[in-house]
Design a protein around this ligand. Structure first.
Ligand SMILES: O=C(CO)[C@H](O)[C@H](O)COP(=O)(O)O
Length: 209
């Protein structure tokens, strides 16, 4: 299973610093949505230039004009982009068309889908995305009683390639791997750590065990 770090910081210098601290332990460097909104699409080019050996993931969370937005990120150097799993199928198809044009990958982000999630995961998988991100966002995670377990259960049931995002930590990443995820996404568990490099190394150990 690959490990993806979400660089959920708000400016490019902080993102470059964090990427330098963790890159040797991760497979995918994700520019979080707030970073792209704050620093712009040029931040994708800067991270790719600093880490050409890593996959760069632009978490655009595109909701419309899929081909146009995905194309912007691919043109800037992204290897993967996200499109929302809830949006019009043609938006997802458009992003996939851009992926084919650039030889890059599109990921459908299922944030906000709870009821009927397995059925929608199977539908979007048929639209040509590389994998589906089963995701509980930061707001959902903040609610009392949140557990990552339902994400894992839906991943097992869906029967298509999936990643998991939603507060992945050292004590849950083993279960993410056992559920069959192709990628585990970790943001807070890395960027909130006193030593982000050590935190990423520990997660990577559990991701590949
Ligand atoms: O996309 C995101 C929020 O929308 C985050 O980047 C993703 O949830 C990973 O961060 P964390 O591990 O802190 O949940």
């Amino acid at each position: 299973m690959q490990l993806q770090v979400a660089l959920d910081v708000l400016d490019l210098p902080s993102a470059l610093t964090l990427a330098n601290q963790v890159s040797e332990h991760v497979d995918i460097l994700e520019l979080g949505t707030p970073l792209v909104k704050s620093a712009g699409i040029a931040a994708v080019s800067a991270i790719k230039a600093a880490h050409p050996d890593k996959l760069v993931f632009a978490d655009l969370k595109t909701a419309d004009a899929g081909e146009l937005e995905a194309g912007l990120a691919f043109e800037a150097g992204a290897d993967l982009v996200t499109v929302m799993g809830t949006v019009d199928d043609d938006t997802i198809r458009g992003a996939v068309a851009a992926g084919r044009k650039y030889g890059k990958q599109v990921v459908a982000d299922m944030i906000g889908v709870v009821d009927g999630r397995v059925a929608r995961i199977r539908e979007v998988a048929k639209l040509g995305v590389s994998f589906v991100e089963i995701h509980a966002g930061l707001d959902e995670q903040a609610r009392p009683g949140y557990s990552i377990q339902q994400l894992l259960e839906d991943g097992r049931l869906a029967g298509v390639p999936f990643s998991i995002a939603g507060g992945v930590k050292v004590d849950t990443i083993g279960a993410v791997r056992e559920a069959g995820a192709v990628v585990a996404v970790a943001g807070g568990a890395i960027y909130n750590a006193t030593d982000p490099g050590a935190a990423a190394a520990e997660l990577k150990k559990h991701a590949t065990r």
